[in-house]
Write a protein of this length. Structure first.
Ligand code: ADP
Ligand code: ZN
Length: 607
C-alpha cells in the first residue's frame, strides 16, 4: 500500500480514490500547479487535504464560503487533522489567538476568506511560516464570466507575491465552461498546471420533470412516501417559500425555510436545524445552498423551474453528495417561464454596466432560459440533455431518469445503420459525421455537391427521419464499435469491427431511443418509485440515534461524525471487531478511536 493510500484510509477511512482524485493528488505531491474541475460531491476536498497533510509545510485554502469553513475544519478535527479558519465570523480576540497558534505551526491546514489575505496581521503570519501550497477553492470566482465573480479573488496573486517563496497553487471548481477555465489558469498564473476535468455526470441522481396541475399535492405526496428523508424544496420567490413551508408545517411536517428576507439570526437557526436533521426539509429560494455541505440530502425538488441549467444542476447537485441514490425532481408550470422572464428584464444587478453590455447579458440570459425550458419539454434522456449542455458527450440513454424509464422503447435501427455504414463504405471512409448524415438525410449542401454524394446509392435513403434521430443513431453506432472516428482534427468516420455483419445483412441493430412523440401526447407522470432498502432498519435507527447524540455533544453536524452511507454499511456488514470496523468505508483511525467502541456496542446490542 502506498503512503497516500495509507493516509486515505487512516484519516478519511476510505479504501479507494474516486475518479480523478489520485491524478490531482499525485500532481500536487510532485510539486506541480494543479487545477481540478469536478462536479459537486465528487470529492474535491480530499484532493488538497490529503497532500496537505502529507507535505511538510502549511496548506492555505482560500474559499469564499464562510459557512463551510467551520464544518470543514470540524471534519478535519474529527479525522485527527489540525486545522483553523480565518474569516469575519471570528471575534477580534479569537482571530488574533488563532493567528498566534498558526504562527507557531499548530495547524496543518488553514482556511481563509479572500478578503482577509491582504490584512496586515494575516500577511505577517503567512510570511513567517512555510506555506507549501495555496489552494483556491471555488476558483471560478476569479472570472468575470462566471456567475459568482468576486473581486477579492483578484487579490490572490498580490498575496502570493508577498510571500518569499511561491507555493504550489492548486485550484478547484465545479463550474465547467471553457472560458472560465481559461480565465482561472490565466488570472492565477498557474505554471504548466495539471488540469483535470472529470465527467459531470452524477450517476446516483435520478432526474425527473413533472407538470402537475397541483404542485403542492405532488410535493406532499412525495414527502409522505419518503418519511425520514432529508431534502430541499426550491421556490422562485420568497412569498412562495413562506406559503409552501407554512402548509407543510401545518400538516405536521418538520420543515424550515430560508430566503434573503429573513434576519441573519433566523437564517442561521433554520440552516442549522436543517443541517443537524432537526428539520430535515428545507424550503428555500436560491439564496440557500452556497456552501451547504450536507452530504445526506436525499432529494431536491424544484417547485419552480429555475432560470438556467447551470443553476438547476448546481442546486439539484446538492442531493446525494454521499453517493447514495437521490431524486432531483422539477415541478414545471407555464407560469415559471413568465416569472423568470420578469426577473431577466428587471434585473438590476449589472447597473454599473453600459446599456449595450447589459442588453448583451440579458440576451444571454434569455437564451439560457430557453434551454432550461426545453429541458422541461424534451422527450430525450434528461441526463443526456444536461451533459450535452455542458459540452459533454454521453450515451442517449441513462436508464435513471424519468424519460428513459417512461419515454424510451427499443427501436430497430438496422436499416438506418446499414445506410449510414454503407455510405461510409461507399465513399472510401474519407468523410466526417456531418457530411455522412447529411448525405443519407438527402441534404443539399455545398460539400454534398462537391463530393458528389448526391449521386451515392445511399443519398436520401433516410430522408423521412429527423436529422436529430440520425445523429442519435450514429452516436449509438460510434459508442458500440460499429463505427469509429479518427483522432485527428478531421474526425473521419471509419467502419468499426462490428460493421461487417450489418452490411452483409446478417445482423440486426437495436437501440433504446425516445418514442416518436404522437401529436398531443402527454407525458406519463410516474413518480419515481425507488426506495432504498436498509438492511436491518432497527439497527440503522439505533446507530443514527447514537450519531445524533455524539453530534450534539461535539456540536458538529451528524454527517461529520459518520455519513448515512457509512451507517448503512455498518448495518449491512455488522462489524464486531476493531478490524472489521476499520474496514467500513468512512471509518478512519481517528474516528475509530473516538467513537468506535460506542458504535460497536450499539451494533452488538441491536443485532
Ligand atoms: P466536493 O467538494 O467535490 O463537492 P466533497 O469534498 O465535499 O465534494 O466530498 C463529497 C463527499 O464524498 C464527502 O462526504 C467525502 O467524504 C466523500 N468522499 C470523498 N472522497 C471519497 C473517496 N475516495 N471514497 C469515498 N468517499 C469519498
Ligand atoms: Zn436518462
Amino acid at each position: 500500500m502506498t503512503q497516500k493510500h495509507q493516509f486515505l484510509k487512516k484519516y478519511f477511512g476510505y479504501d479507494q480514490f474516486r475518479e480523478g482524485q489520485e491524478i490531482l493528488i499525485d500532481s500536487i505531491l510532485a510539486g506541480k500547479d494543479t487545477f481540478g474541475i469536478m462536479p459537486t460531491g465528487a470529492g474535491k476536498s480530499i484532493c488538497y487535504q490529503l497532500p496537505g497533510i502529507m507535505m511538510e509545510g502549511i496548506t492555505l485554502v482560500i474559499t469564499p464560503l464562510i459557512s463551510l469553513m467551520k464544518d470543514q475544519v470540524a471534519s478535519l478535527k474529527e479525522a485527527g487533522i489540525r486545522g483553523a479558519y480565518f474569516n469575519s465570523s471570528l471575534t477580534q480576540g479569537q482571530y488574533f489567538k488563532a493567528l498566534e497558534y498558526a504562527k507557531r505551526g499548530t495547524y496543518k491546514i488553514v482556511y481563509v476568506a479572500p478578503e482577509r489575505l491582504m490584512n496586515r496581521e494575516f500577511l505577517d503570519f503567512a510570511r513567517s511560516v512555510k506555506i507549501e501550497m495555496i489552494t483556491v477553492d471555488e476558483a471560478h470566482c476569479v472570472s468575470q464570466w462566471g456567475q459568482d465573480f468576486r473581486p477579492s479573488y483578484l487579490k490572490i496573486l498580490d498575496f502570493v507575491e508577498q510571500l518569499e517563496h511561491r507555493p504550489i497553487i492548486s485550484a478547484f471548481t465545479a463550474t465547467a465552461t471553457r472560458q472560465v477555465r481559461e480565465d482561472v489558469a490565466q488570472i492565477l498564473e498557474l505554471k504548466e498546471p495539471t488540469i483535470l476535468t472529470t465527467g459531470f455526470d452524477r450517476k446516483n441522481l435520478f432526474f425527473s420533470v413533472q407538470k402537475p396541475g397541483n404542485k403542492y399535492s405532488v410535493l406532499k405526496n412525495y414527502v409522505d412516501t419518503h418519511p425520514g428523508k432529508s431534502g430541499i424544496v426550491y421556490c422562485l420567490t420568497r412569498k412562495l417559500v413562506e406559503e409552501v413551508c407554512q402548509r407543510l408545517e401545518e400538516e405536521g411536517i418538520a420543515a424550515t425555510r430560508y430566503h434573503a428576507g429573513l434576519s441573519d439570526e433566523e437564517r442561521r437557526t433554520n440552516q442549522d436545524d436543517f443541517i443537524y436533521d432537526i428539520k430535515p426539509i428545507m424550503v428555500a429560494t436560491n439564496a440557500f445552498g452556497m456552501g451547504i455541505d450536507k452530504s445526506n440530502v436525499n432529494f431536491v425538488i424544484h417547485y419552480n423551474m429555475p432560470k438556467n441549467i447551470e443553476s438547476y444542476y448546481q442546486e439539484a447537485g446538492r442531493a446525494g453528495r454521499d453517493g447514495e441514490n437521490a431524486d432531483c425532481i422539477l415541478l414545471y408550470g407555464g407560469k415559471d417561464v413568465v416569472t423568470n422572464q420578469f426577473f431577466i428584464e428587471k434585473d438590476s444587478e449589472n447597473e454599473e454596466l453600459e446599456p449595450e453590455e447589459r442588453e448583451k447579458i440579458r440576451e444571454r440570459d434569455r437564451m439560457r432560459l430557453k434551454k432550461m425550458t426545453f429541458y422541461c419539454h424534451t422527450n430525450e434522456c434528461l441526463r443526456n440533455y444536461i451533459l450535452n449542455y455542458f459540452g459533454e458527450r454521453s450515451p442517449g440513454y441513462c436508464g435513471n431518469c424519468i424519460n428513459c424509464l417512461t419515454q424510451f422503447e427499443e427501436r430497430d435501427i438496422t436499416s438506418v445503420a446499414r445506410h449510414i455504414l454503407g455510405c461510409v463504405d461507399n465513399c472510401g471512409q474519407r468523410y466526417g459525421l456531418t457530411v455522412i448524415l447529411d448525405a443519407v438525410h438527402g441534404g443539399d449542401t455545398e460539400k454534398i455537391r462537391r463530393y458528389r454524394l448526391d449521386e451515392d446509392d445511399y443519398y436520401g435513403t433516410e430522408s423521412d427521419k429527423s436529422i436529430h434521430f440520425l445523429r442519435q443513431a450514429a452516436d449509438y453506432l460510434l459508442l458500440n464499435d460499429y463505427l469509429t472516428q479518427t483522432d485527428d482534427r478531421y474526425s473521419v468516420l471509419r467502419l468499426g469491427p462490428k460493421a461487417g455483419p450489418v452490411l452483409a445483412r446478417k445482423e440486426q441493430v437495436t437501440m433504446k431511443a425516445a418514442k416518436e412523440r404522437e401529436p398531443g401526447a402527454v407525458k406519463a407522470e410516474k413518480a419515481s418509485k425507488r426506495d432504498y432498502e436498509i438492511e436491518n432498519p432497527g439497527l440503522f435507527e439505533a446507530l443514527r440515534a447514537l450519531r445524533t447524540k455524539i453530534a450534539r455533544i461535539q456540536s458538529v453536524p451528524p454527517y461529520v461524525v459518520f455519513t448515512d452511507k457509512t451507517l448503512r454499511e455498518m448495518c449491512a456488514r455488522v462489524p464486531k471487531t476493531r478490524e472489521e470496523m476499520l474496514d467500513i468505508s468512512g471509518v478512519g483511525e481517528a474516528k475509530f478511536k473516538k467513537y468506535g467502541k460506542e458504535f460497536l456496542r450499539v451494533i452488538e446490542e441491536n443485532s
